[in-house]
Design a protein around this ligand. Sequence first.
Ligand SMILES: *Cc1c(COP(=O)(O)O)cnc(C)c1O
Length: 395
Amino acid sequence: MAETIGFSTKLIKETVTVDEQTGAANVPVYLSSTFHQKDFDNYGKYDYSRSGNPTRDALEEAIAALEGGVRGFAFASGMAAISTAFLLLSKGDHAVVPKNVYGGTFRILTQVLGRFGIEHTFVDTTNLQEVEQAIQPNTKVIYVETPSNPTLYVTDLRAIVKLAKAHRCLTFVDNTFMTPVFQRPLEFGADLVLHSATKFISGHSDVVAGLAVAGSEELAEKLYFLQNALGAILGVQDSWLLLRGLKTLDVRIRKSADSAQKVAEFFEKQPEVRQVFYPGLKNHPGARLHAGQAASGGAVLSFELKDEASARTFVNHVKLPVFAVSLGAVESILSYPPRMSHAELNEEERVKAGIGSGLLRLSVGLEDAEDLIQDFSDALAYVRDQERFAVGSGE
Ligand SMILES: *Cc1c(COP(=O)(O)O)cnc(C)c1O
């Protein structure tokens, strides 16, 4: 049966564990840092909660099964997971990393790992030739985020894995934007999947957490050693909350993605919107590639207004989304990448990364798509008036 069940069934099967002693339909919150050993000579499965905790285990087993990996790991944040993963590398090793990688990953590579002799080269991972040219004899990892943040560029997972294997490198994939509901990189041969579980997997803007899933026993053992050694584990109560969020991931992200498609199509028709970045749109440059490796365009899109003044007017007049960093929640989240996620880039770097001063990112939540579209339509009317006024006043 296990081979033929649908993903939704699998999700519930993997996240609902009936407690053997009591029949409780949820894994208990094992708030215990230590565990009594019954036998002087033979210790039990658990001894100390940094090394292992039954509540965290339930979450780690669930994410491993959903990503199709051999073992999962829960960390205190997405960055804790990503940093621990990079410490699989040693002094003198090199990683090939996307230019537009998540800001925190950029920071750990450029300001921390370099001090320990772990080198990197930033490339456009949508350009396979550029990726191949950046590979050196000491390259150990090709790191990928697809679709990327905030412009949703698509990287060819199969081609990157092939390239990595040909050069005896590992492939790490940050799968935060798609989640295993829509994209499972291990199935294409990637070695390690990483998540900021703060986003869709938690889903309620109430937990900061990270997850990693290893595709092989060998890598799993090394990562377990590092998780225990570094100790950046997810706490027990947050592990339980994440498991609870995970149970509804499938219905949440599918509804949000359906709405995101409608919102993207709406924005595409608005004269005030210069460009829409969403891999579910036919004219998105990565649309076909994305459709070949992911089941949906996802719930995040970006759109570009004329300039910062237009973006400000839009943000000041929308009523439904919260204006905040982060994404992947029940409420729609609107953010302004030039001042939020990508504030560390100077203007030239930003423009090079495709992040114009009028760019807004939208993570679509669970509101009715029609209400969101009405709200955006109303806000765009203010943008239109303001742009007209600016022209009239001879800006
Ligand atoms: C948020 C995010 C991270 C970092 O995760 P935290 O949970 O904030 O530490 C990493 N990658 C992507 C794509 C993200 O969106």
